[in-house]
Design a binder for this molecule. Structure first.
Ligand code: ADP
Length: 183
């Protein structure tokens, strides 16, 4: 069975990669499909995201990386896929994902949406969280693969905060304050 894993992946995170790894053990083939969305202003171009995902999934022989535009179900039909793979983190994901799965069902009864629950350690993780932390100079080394962390640091024009540990200000010794004593 072939599964499509569609998304923005701007950028791909360890949460996405966890899902891809688990999907690759369940399905004969997983196609990670980057949506070309002209309405979004992404941090990385589609080509950069394709390169980043290919680099991050090169150890998984049954994972392919591609891009598409238009309806996901149409793309799935073209690729002869039977499954749309999606991840669920919180109740907020569930509402959106359920609506999307129902909508897709009305467009094609042949294609099933399969949800994988996030692994506990990635339940808070999203591409937006990664960008937000990096924008304000925090470390994202524990959230994305190392080569993607470098790409992101370059975008925000700073090095890994791990290389620039926060310097603590030396507090000067208190000057002795001359207190006018009462006679
Ligand atoms: P989209 O713009 O389609 O939501 P994303 O790249 O944000 O694209 O996400 C693609 C899919 O991956 C979605 O189903 C999302 O719920 C899932 N996902 C994202 N982050 C995680 C995570 N940390 N754990 C599990 N699933 C995730």
């Amino acid at each position: 069975m072939i599964a499509i894993y569609p998304g923005s992946f701007d950028p791909i995170t360890l949460g996405h990669l966890d899902l891809i790894g688990r999907g690759s053990r369940l399905f004969e083939r997983v196609i990670v499909a980057v949506l070309r969305n002209p309405n979004k202003m992404p941090l990385f171009s589609v080509q950069q995201r394709l390169d980043q995902i290919r680099h991050s999934t090169q150890h998984l022989p049954n994972v392919e990386v591609d891009s598409f535009d238009g309806l996901t179900v149409n793309y799935a039909q073209i690729r002869q896929a039977q499954v749309l793979l999606r991840g669920l983190r919180a109740v907020s994901d569930f509402e959106v994902e359920l609506q999307m799965a129902h909508t897709n069902k009305t467009l094609s009864t042949q294609i099933e949406t399969v949800f994988l629950a996030t692994s506990n350690e990635y339940s808070f993780l999203s591409s937006s969280v990664v960008k937000e932390i990096a924008r304000f100079g925090g470390s994202i080394d524990h959230l994305v693969p190392p080569h993607i962390a470098l790409d992101i640091y370059q975008c925000y024009n700073h090095n890994s905060p791990m290389l620039n540990p926060i310097s603590t200000e030396t507090i000067p010794p208190l000057k002795s304050i001359s207190v006018d004593r009462e006679p």
